[in-house]
Design a protein around this ligand. Structure first.
Ligand code: ZN
Length: 51
């Protein structure tokens, strides 16, 4: 589960874009953007098996 690194709030809105990935904190007193630096590499693992 995501947790805001700034305020500790556990509710956020996941924002995903081809340039920006992260979670926007839904705490009205915070509202900061926690950028995710992890890159999902599932699509690059190609299995080329010739049957
Ligand atoms: Zn926050």
């Amino acid at each position: 589960m995501w947790k805001c690194p700034y305020c500790g709030h556990d509710r956020g809105h996941v924002f995903s874009d081809n340039q920006l990935n992260g979670v926007l904190c839904l705490n009205q007193e915070c509202g900061r953007f926690d950028e995710t630096h992890e890159i999902e590499n599932t699509a690059s693992d190609f299995d080329s098996s010739d049957l």
